[in-house]
Design a protein around this ligand. Structure first.
Ligand code: XLS
Ligand code: NI
Ligand code: NI
Length: 405
């Protein structure tokens, strides 16, 4: 469809899952060795992760990476010290980027792991914690700009609540918006021209997350005047946690001009949490790529916010996982292009709204009609005809034929 596959699919490696996460879960400790021959929690380890990450991306032809501040360096007792470490490691990353041509897709600040963020960051009841969040965002923006990142992400983290018995929702939402406005002002002042993104998620870690889904996040951005600087980063697993399909979330973002980037993973319909699996469901990657193609692409890319299953603990498993994810999206792209070129789905939808193209329908669309006139028209008809078959099974058959045929 006019450009090479690699331009349709700017894939990114997620620093946290690939280089940091080692299989710890609520019931057990690490299964994978991600020390890369060093002692964890040291700057030597931070450097070894850079080496491993760039070797990994080079071998697989992955052109971008995404990071949280604390994925890059161990968090020190004092924020000044952590920031100094970030300066050192980002110099090293920059060198590797220049050697390889690999680029930064987006950066973000981890405002949820440190215990001080137990009640959220922008939404915290503590003004001091709000300031620490601001300090981390400032530094993460500095590093993102230094590394030429295309975007900057706000995933809600703990911006939400457990009970209304101790929570002032309006106050918290205003504060989150304030923090975002401050981030935009600072980012623009240091030359960040990319997009800010909200990454919606309905729950986990909080029971209620404020950025529940795309529609909620878009409403928030508009209400607080942030919609010119922000787009959305849609994650597949977050969509399904919200009770939506991945495609639904992409479509809602797209029709609002806010489909910016994608966290490419897959959830498990039997489990109610963010399993962050590598995507293998070609049906879903096809419908995702259908939305992306219709959107004219992304300003961001496809970040594999996904982790190996705990028993897949070898270095080879890391490669298999990314190969699976990239191949699933590549196949999805081919199938989505076929769907669009086939034209039957588009033609069906076009035809379905035919009644708005002339007569009373055209007048409704142009806004040139009153409620009374519509009522008179209905009375004249007496009773409406049925609106035409939705033909869902016919359309689902087309999809199957194009994917498997
Ligand atoms: C967690 C989120 C997180 C963001 C970045 O569920 O997906 O990983 O992508 O903070
Ligand atoms: Ni997630
Ligand atoms: Ni994510």
């Amino acid at each position: 469809m006019g450009k090479p596959m690699k331009e349709h699919l700017p894939f990114a490696m997620a620093w946290w899952h690939n280089l940091c996460a080692a299989g710890t879960d609520m019931f057990g400790r690490e299964t994978a060795d991600k020390s890369f021959g060093t002692v964890k929690g040291t700057m030597e380890h931070a450097r070894a992760k850079v080496d491993a990450g760039f070797e990994f991306m080079k071998k697989l032809g992955i052109r971008y990476f995404c990071f949280h501040d604390v994925d890059l360096v161990p968090e020190m007792d004092n924020i000044k010290e952590t920031n100094r470490c970030l300066d050192v490691i980002s110099d090293y990353i920059l060198e590797k980027m220049q050697q390889t041509g690999i680029r930064c897709l987006w950066g973000t600040a981890n405002l949820f792991s440190n215990p001080c963020f137990m009640n959220g960051a922008g939404s915290s009841n503590s003004a001091d914690v709000f300031c620490f969040a601001a300090a981390q965002i400032k530094k993460a923006l500095d590093i993102t700009v230094k590394l030429g990142g295309k975007g900057y992400v706000f995933w809600g983290g703990r911006e939400g609540y457990e009970t209304l018995l101790n929570t002032d929702v309006k106050f918290e939402l205003e504060n989150i918006a304030r923090l975002m406005h401050l981030a935009v002002a600072y980012g623009r002042s240091i030359g960040f021209t990319g997009d800010f993104y909200i990454e919606p998620k309905p729950k986990e870690p909080m029971k209620h997350q404020y950025d529940f889904d795309a529609a909620t996040a878009i409403g928030f951005l508009r209400q607080y005047g942030l919609d010119k600087d922000f787009k959305l980063n849609i994650e597949a697993n977050h969509a399904t946690l919200a009770g939506h399909t991945f495609q639904h979330e992409l479509r809602i973002a797209a029709i609002n001009g806010m489909l910016g980037s994608i966290d490419a993973n897959q959830g498990d319909y039997l489990l109610g949490w963010d399993t962050d699996e590598f995507p293998f469901n070609v049906y879903e990657t096809t419908m995702c790529m259908y939305e992306v193609l219709k959107n004219g692409g992304l300003t961001g890319g496809f970040n594999f916010d996904a982790k190996n299953r705990r028993p897949s603990y070898t270095a080879e498993d890391m490669f298999h996982a990314y190969i699976l994810g990239m191949d699933s999206f590549a196949l999805g792209l081919l199938k989505a292009a076929k769907l669009i070129e086939d034209g039957r789905i588009d033609a069906f939808i076009e035809e379905r709204y035919q009644s708005y193209r002339s007569g009373i329908g055209a007048r409704i669309r142009s806004g040139d009609v009153t409620l009374e006139e519509l009522a008179d028209y209905a009375e004249m008809l007496g009773a409406p005809e049925l609106p035409g078959s939705g033909s869902q099974e016919y359309l689902e058959g087309i999809i199957n034929t194009l994917i498997f045929g």
